[in-house]
Design a protein. Structure first.
Length: 353
């Protein structure tokens, strides 16, 4: 008979579960696979919704041998065999982290990051999205296509949604903001507007100066490309390419016009100084809020106070009403006198007849 401390036969036969047999560990693996370091995916349309899919063989190849430059997480053990990776993929399908799909033709147009015509241009090009449907076959197969159902960790998304809702409510409460906060927002808006104006002017003048010499030079060429994200809009910082043939006459004309402007600015210092002073006054009025002001400073200071008529205004209103009534009464008396005269004349005419 086995003692209390000795292991029984049933306990000795139990095999401890491997790392990827636990669902929480599979979530950690999926969080990594859904990042930019994970396997390459393609976009498609499934049930009128844009989804991402990949081939089963590519997923297994990535798990067994990740692509070059991939930083494998330290909290995830690496796969030692292809069979182990396939078993994990089967568990992902069983737990509905992804499901098998079938291609069914083409759908809508979508933006694709294909090679552009110029080295500095990263504008949008369009390609057809594939339409996929849920397959009746649920088992994992390397030859099949699989659509991701797991969307990853939503903590950051929920946080940004909360910030968006809070910012919206904060902006809608602008009328009840304190006065110093309104002034701060006004200064920030004006400063941003002036910064963008000078940035665009600087980019244009810098391009013009170098273009006259026969080269296309752009500072932040993708700055206003709406198809790129925030970080890609600042890449590359500068670009330099030789201009196309046939622009010599245009460059000479621009050079002559610019030289004429410089000559005018040097020979007419008083007019140019007046122009600079006017621009300074313009910016000063813009910061003070008096550029297009249609109200007095008193009205601005009392914009949040309820508007109630004073006692003097009420008395003036009563006096004006009395004067109007007196004027109307005088008119009535004149009209009555005229009516009496007309009646008397009619009576005299009747007596004479």
């Amino acid at each position: 008979m086995a003692t209390k401390d000795e292991p029984t036969t049933e306990d000795s036969d139990e095999v401890p579960p491997t790392f990827y047999e636990e669902e929480e560990n599979l979530k950690i693996l999926c969080n990594f696979l859904r990042t930019n370091d994970g396997p390459a995916v393609r976009e498609a349309i499934e049930m009128e919704k844009r989804v991402q899919y990949l081939k089963g063989e590519k997923l297994v190849n990535f798990l067994v041998e990740p692509k070059k430059g991939t930083k494998w997480p330290t909290n995830l053990p690496k796969f030692t065999s292809r069979e182990e990776a396939i078993e994990v993929c089967k568990d992902l399908c069983r737990l509905q982290f992804m499901h098998r799909s079938e291609k069914r033709g083409k759908g809508d147009l979508a933006v694709s990051r294909l090679q552009a015509r110029a080295s500095w241009y990263s504008g949008p090009t369009y390609t057809w999205l594939i339409v996929v449907h849920v397959s009746r076959v649920r088992d994992f197969d390397e030859a099949g296509y699989f659509t991701w159902m797991y969307e990853g960790d939503k903590t950051f998304s929920h946080m940004m949604t909360t910030v968006l809702i809070g910012g919206f409510l904060f902006c809608t409460c602008f009328p009840i903001w304190p006065n110093f906060l309104k002034i701060f927002v006004w200064y920030m808006s004006v400063s941003l507007l002036i910064f963008i104006f000078f940035l665009v002017t600087f980019r244009g003048l810098l391009f013009l100066f170098v273009w006259i010499l026969g080269y296309d030079f752009w500072f932040l060429p993708n700055l206003f490309d709406e198809s790129l994200n925030f970080t890609d809009s600042f890449k590359p910082v500068v670009t330099l390419e030789k201009t196309k043939d046939g622009q010599l006459m245009y460059r000479v004309g621009i050079a002559v016009a610019f030289s004429s402007f410089c000559y005018w600015a040097v020979t007419q210092p008083s007019e140019f100084d007046g122009f600079i002073a006017a621009q300074g006054d313009f910016i000063s009025d813009l910061y003070k809020g008096t550029l297009l002001s249609d109200m007095s400073q008193k009205d601005k200071d009392e914009i949040d106070k309820p508007k109630m008529a004073s006692l003097e205004d009420l008395l003036k209103t009563l006096d004006s009403d009395d004067q109007e009534e007196e004027a109307l009464s005088e008119e009535d008396e004149v009209a009555a006198l005229l009516d009496n005269l007309v009646d008397e004349e009619e009576l005299i005419m009747g007596d004479e007849e």
